[in-house]
Ligand binder design. Structure first.
Ligand code: ZN
Length: 657
């Protein structure tokens, strides 16, 4: 009875509250406003990498802690899965939750927890088997390997340099999909070590200078070294587009490439010593180094550089796109690296990225696991505390010293000045414009979709479609300037993607049903779609237009806008000329200005129906203008329609005769 009364009294008070319910109920206020107030109250600056539009924060003011900006930010951001990163004194960047990135403290707790799972070697061996098995499952590697082919690779001529040679290869992995790379080999006879070198995201990809220096120097000292493009980078972009790299497919395909290249190298060359097979890469290449060492038992030494961490899995989909760190109840790259024990491993870390914790956190942990095998001395750490995230000379030297030591390379040949840096085009298999890409090659990401579970990559395929659109529109400008072309194409692609994503994330149902004040009619689905999409942040539009105006002349900018709106400005103007045969120059000027405004507004809408709806608004304006200019639009239009009708009838009767 008491409970019943409580419910009744609650209902009554809600009734009494009436209109103030929205505020009183949850004390909700717009997130953007609350964040602005935090900036003012605490005298801090907030950098936005998040979307606050339309977001309401319940219990807003109750979340503020007057004594702590950081506690306040945590309380205000967490309901939206946003977080902040301190970027300087009084400067905070607001970001979305990042599942692959945690904190150093998290790494400390996680490694301490993991150690409790294996107090001895036996327990560790059990854990290792579990990790080896479940990483494969989480990555989906075996399903993909089953579909691979073993065709003869396309090889370039061998180029000879001081103490080493280089040739390029294009190896077919899945039917029609190639991985391209280069083999740097010693010019000495006899058995050689082999080092597989997965790449990271350093600008210039595998063609960059420090990459060539490392590959060639290791080759000069006696190791056959192989590098290869990231998925969607270099020549892989010819096949699947650059946007494909931002899909989880990159994670598993790059791992597959590493395995297939090792297969190929071991089966095609008789100068490889299978007891000396290494893997080495920096940054994202370091993440792949660890992954390959887990997937492939053939490696006898590994050297991840500026990568290994217990609290960061790697932020790119090629590193964390597939949930490998969910294996066996939760793991991280430090534990995955530990599965390599007791084989020799070098970890290179630096003071300015997520590897700064290695000497005090990940390295002692690795020693703990290596200790099960009485092999603590086989895992080493070169920590460059004053350096940052790169593959500079000190990191390369650490790698050289490691492989000299574990693979007995010839240190007397260690001399980077003897290396010839080749131009990018020399390292290509398919030619500068991809003209040598085989006829049977896959030419879009969609061509790969069949090798994966159904529907998984719909978003990526959509991205690839937008990327192609952006490239085609840019190509139609005939810019004759590769850098500018890439800039404009990326600018358009990013804009198209933002428009699509905004549209998909803000469906018409986010706009309440209501009456259109202009027509007095109930808002249609299209009306509500247009309203929902019109709330996209203005920066998205401004970024495109500013970029276009910086790179292009006004005529070219207009050409791009016409592509977005399929030439509606010219088409509609032609219509006005037909309906108003004696249209004056002044009238045309006003109409054209209106249509151009429509065009610039319409580019921020997702589909043709919406784009037409935007043009309709401006067409109404044009017609009102014509009426105010002494014309009778209604009559003009009626006359025009009748004229067309008469012409059609005349044609019909003419054809009958
Ligand atoms: Zn990547």
């Amino acid at each position: 009875m008491k409970k019943y009364l409580l419910i009744i009294s609650a209902l009554i008070s809600m009734e009494v509250c009436g209109q103030t319910l929205v505020y009183e109920n949850q004390f909700a206020r717009p997130l953007g406003t609350v964040l602005n107030e935090i900036q003012a109250r605490f005298q801090v600056r907030l950098k936005y990498d998040i979307d606050t539009v339309g977001k309401k924060l319940p219990y807003a003011d109750f979340r503020i802690r007057p004594y702590s900006v950081e506690e306040s930010l945590t309380n205000v951001l967490s309901p939206f899965d946003y977080k902040f990163v301190k970027q300087g004194k009084d400067l905070y960047k607001l970001k979305s939750y990042e599942y692959p990135r945690r904190t150093d403290e998290d790494g400390v707790k996680m490694l301490a927890y993991l150690k409790t799972l294996y107090p001895d070697k036996e327990k560790w061996e059990q854990r290792k088997s579990c990790l080896r098995e479940e990483v494969r499952l989480q990555l989906g590697i075996d399903a993909l390997l089953k579909q691979t082919v073993n065709t003869k690779p396309i090889l370039s001529k061998v180029r000879k340099f001081s103490g080493y040679t280089v040739y390029n290869f294009a190896l077919e992995t899945l039917p029609g999909l190639y991985v391209c790379g280069s083999v740097y080999a010693p010019r000495t006879r006899g058995k050689h070590a082999l080092i597989i070198c997965p790449n990271g995201h350093f600008g210039g990809g595998r063609y960059r200078e420090d990459q060539q220096l490392r590959m060639a120097t290791l080759a000069r000292m006696g190791a056959v070294c192989v590098d290869y493009d990231l998925f969607g980078w270099g020549e892989s972009a010819l096949q699947v587009g650059a946007s494909a790299h931002h899909s989880s497919a990159a994670h598993v395909i790059q791992a597959m490439n590493g395995i297939k290249i090792l297969d190929y190298m071991l089966s095609s060359r008789n100068d490889i010593d299978a007891n000396r097979v290494g893997v080495n890469g920096g940054s994202g290449g370091g993440t792949q180094t660890i992954l390959l060492s887990v997937l492939d038992n053939r490696y006898t030494a590994a050297a991840p550089v500026v990568s290994l961490s217990s609290h960061f899995d790697g932020g790119c989909p090629c590193e964390s796109g597939m949930p490998v760190t969910l294996a066996c109840g939760g793991t991280n790259n430090a534990e995955l690296a530990a599965t390599f024990a007791p084989r020799p491993m070098l970890v290179v870390s630096d003071g300015k990225d997520w590897t700064s914790s290695v000497p005090v956190l990940e390295y002692p942990y690795l020693q703990y696991v290596y200790g099960f095998y009485e092999a603590k001395d086989r895992v080493s750490n070169v920590h460059l505390s004053k350096e940052g995230h790169d593959f500079g000379i000190n990191k390369r030297t650490a790698v050289y010293d490691f492989f000299i030591s574990v693979f007995a390379l010839d240190k007397s040949q260690l001399d980077e000045s003897k290396v010839t840096i080749e131009q990018e085009k020399a390292l290509l298999s398919f030619g500068a414009k991809g003209e040598k890409l085989p006829q049977t090659a896959i030419r879009s990401f969609a061509g790969l979709a069949g090798y994966f579970p159904k529907g998984r990559y719909q978003g990526v395929i959509s991205d690839a479609g937008l990327e192609k659109k952006a490239q085609d529109w840019t190509a139609s400008l005939h810019l004759q300037d590769e850098k500018k072309e890439a800039f404009v194409s990326t600018l358009i692609f990013n804009h198209l993607r933002k428009v699509r994503d905004w549209h998909n994330e803000h469906p018409y149902t986010t706009v309440p049903a209501g009456i259109n004040p202009l027509t007095g009619k109930v808002l249609s689905k299209l009306d509500r779609e247009v309203i929902a999409d019109s709330s996209m942040p203005q920066e998205v539009h401004a970024r495109l237009m500013d970029g276009l105006r910086r790179a292009l002349n006004e005529e070219q900018v207009e050409q791009v806008l016409d592509k977005y709106t399929v030439g509606k400005v010219a088409f509609t103007l032609k219509g006005y000329h037909a309906i108003v045969p004696d249209l004056t120059v002044e009238e045309e000027h006003v109409i054209l200005a209106n249509l151009k405004q429509a065009r610039e507004q319409a580019i921020d809408y997702k589909n043709m129906k919406q784009i037409s709806a935007i043009f309709e608004i401006y067409k109404t304006k044009c017609e009102q203008y014509l009426n105010s200019n002494g014309r009778n639009w209604h009559q003009l239009y009626k006359d025009y329609a009748n004229k067309i009708k008469a012409e059609k009838a005349a044609k019909k009767s003419a054809s009958k005769k």
